[in-house]
Design a protein around this ligand. Structure first.
Ligand code: SAM
Length: 286
């Protein structure tokens, strides 16, 4: 890449503990021409802590479509820019995607400055399988949408993770407990890197009880990690042909009816077909 253009640095910042800022991140924030920040008041505390006095420009979810072309022009004139969010790694449930995409599409350099990320911090201390996982971001806000979300994931065999706020953690676990088996292992990682950091690995049933009964377990910021479903391969597998039959029935009938009819046609257990039908992504409508 030609050096006449500026570079966009995507800089991770701490998720609570200010000491989690990398040495390189501080260097870059000092050296760039502009810092694009989600909330200038918030980032000022961090910059003050590290003695960084640099020009700030706002880039948040409500202005990023407009601000990104402006920042791209700055890069084109040779200025370098650091993108930071309020906490952790930008773009991860945070603003920045339109800017990064625009800069990449324009053929200019985007440089990651890695560091804190709540998702990765939680996974690293969870004690659940993480060689493969799915990050789901924030959950839908309504109970019915959350239940549909859990229905789609009940048969996932790999670990999945979501972010949740203190306002919805209890409601989300309650909805989850209606769909996901109560003995499924989950990890609640709360206030990571902060004074009241809590990382609990237990069954969904116990976790729900804990959060419902302990006010402190409903305070702060949360990452929830869910173990994948255990699959007895012999028991749980259905053939492609049976899946096809189920798929055709699902187009016309409810999950319950489709599973019952498919069981009659194929001789496969109704419960298994029902679970497969759920995993095929249809919400219950009877
Ligand atoms: N970009 C950030 C990252 O790299 O993790 C996440 C930003 S997202 C807007 C904020 C959410 O991340 C919070 O609602 C919470 O779910 C999670 N989170 C952020 N900091 C956390 C912490 N210290 N402990 C637990 N969860 C945290």
């Amino acid at each position: 890449m030609s050096t006449e253009y500026g570079k966009l640095y995507v800089v991770a910042t701490p998720i609570g503990n200010l000491a989690d800022m990398s040495f390189r991140a501080v260097q870059i924030l000092k050296q760039v021409d502009l810092i694009a920040a989600e909330d200038t008041r918030h980032v000022k505390m961090l910059l003050q802590h590290y003695g960084i006095t640099n020009k700030l420009v706002l880039l948040h979810q409500h202005n990023e479509e407009k601000a990104s072309p402006f920042l791209l022009e700055k890069l084109r004139t040779g200025q370098s820019i650091a993108l930071v969010s309020d906490a952790g790694t930008p773009l991860l449930s945070d603003p920045g995607m339109p800017l990064v995409k625009m800069v990449k599409d324009a053929g200019l350099d985007v440089v990651p400055i890695p560091g804190a990320c709540a998702l990765i911090a939680a996974l690293s201390a969870a004690g659940l399988p993480i060689s493969r996982f799915t990050f789901e971001g924030f959950l839908p806000r309504t109970s019915s949408a959350r239940k549909a979300f859990f229905n789609e994931r009940v048969m996932y065999t790999t670990t999945w993770i979501f972010y949740e706020s203190c306002h919805r953690i209890l409601a989300s676990l309650q909805d989850m407990a209606e769909i996901i088996p109560l003995d499924r292992q989950i990890v609640i990682a709360r206030e990571l890197t902060k004074l009241h950091e809590t990382i609990v690995k237990t069954s969904l049933g116990n976790a729900l009880e804990l959060v419902a009964q302990n006010d402190n377990m409903r305070k702060g910021e949360f990452v929830v990690i869910v173990d994948g479903a255990t699959v007895d391969k012999k028991e749980q597998t259905i053939s492609t042909e049976h899946k096809k039959i189920l798929g055709v029935l699902l187009r016309e009938c409810s999950i319950k009816t489709a599973a019952a009819m498919a069981a009659e046609i194929t001789g496969v257990r109704k419960k298994l077909l029902y679970q497969k039908a759920l995993a095929m992504g249809k919400t219950i409508d009877d």
